[in-house]
Design a protein around this ligand. Structure first.
Ligand code: SAH
Length: 253
């Protein structure tokens, strides 16, 4: 059975997922350690990509080449951009774009040279199944997370959104930059630093890819507040709940 790759950028988040795996083995992959194991009876390879597009692309490539993974799922946090995309919400990506790709005037801004495209869609089937798992987790968040913590972090009724996510090699943490990005990419729901790179690698190899991000900040002047607490107490629990629900449903279909 070909394994499913689960990739995340942040150590604290991956630590929780690692505990859910059974029959684990640690394998070196370049400078990284990846964990293989089973979860709901399925073979899984869990990898920490580290932060940024290059780190994410090399991780994705190595996982495909070394483990011949059948599917790739990225989980992590992101800054909310679109109106109504708030801290504590989840965004399931339908497509990705690199907001810092610009080879103009040789190619249109954002287009990845030689690919003839700026947008890289995620796999429809995988994305729909992740969205169903996200809906079911957020229907009853109290089952997974201490609601007092959510209230303290000003999260009230977390929502699931689906749409465009943009990636680039910068942590967007000023209101001016966030507004500029929204003006340039009005359809973007969220900004992060890895997804578009993994989408491009999966496009190259024909590997189905999907991604889900928990909104940790609004990519504005308050973007760095309580970041690590949010990851530990909210995002990593969401991702454990979401991926467990998703793999559980996959096991019976
Ligand atoms: N303080 C963190 C740094 C995280 S960098 C640490 O010490 O690990 C940001 C990570 O979260 C990246 O993986 C990125 O994909 C995502 N992210 C969350 N909010 C973001 C934002 N506003 N802009 C860009 N990336 C963001």
């Amino acid at each position: 059975m070909r394994p499913i790759a689960i990739v995340g950028a942040i150590q604290e988040e991956l630590a929780g997922l690692k505990q859910a795996l059974q029959n684990t083995h640690t394998v070196s992959l370049g400078s990284r350690q990846v964990t293989t194991g089973t979860w709901h009876g399925q073979q899984v390879v869990l990898a920490l990509s580290h932060i940024g597009k290059v780190a994410a692309a090399t991780t994705a490539t190595a996982l495909i080449e070394r483990f011949d993974v059948s599917d790739m799922v990225f989980t992590g946090v992101a800054g909310g951009l679109g109106p109504g995309v708030n801290v504590g919400d989840m965004v399931v990506a339908t497509e990705f774009l690199q907001h810092d790709m610009d080879a103009s005037p040789l190619f249109p801004a954002y287009e990845v040279p030689m690919y003839g495209r700026a947008h890289f869609p995620t796999d429809l089937h995988l994305t729909q199944s992740l969205k169903s798992a996200a809906d079911s987790v957020l229907k009853n968040p109290a089952q997974w997370i201490d609601m007092d913590v959510l209230r303290e972090l000003h999260v009230h009724t977390p929502q699931v959104h689906t749409g465009l996510v943009v990636s680039g090699d910068r942590f967007v943490s000023t209101t001016a930059e966030s507004q500029d990005l929204q003006a340039r990419q009005p359809k973007a729901l969220a900004v992060e630093m890895e997804g578009a790179a993994v989408a491009q690698v999966c496009h190259d190899y024909g590997v189905p890819f999907a991604a889900v991000r928990t909104i940790s900040d609004r990519a504005d002047d308050s973007a760095t507040i309580d970041f690590s607490r949010f990851i530990q107490e909210v995002a990593s629990r969401y991702s454990l709940a979401l991926l467990g629900t998703w793999l559980g449903a996959r096991a019976i279909t």
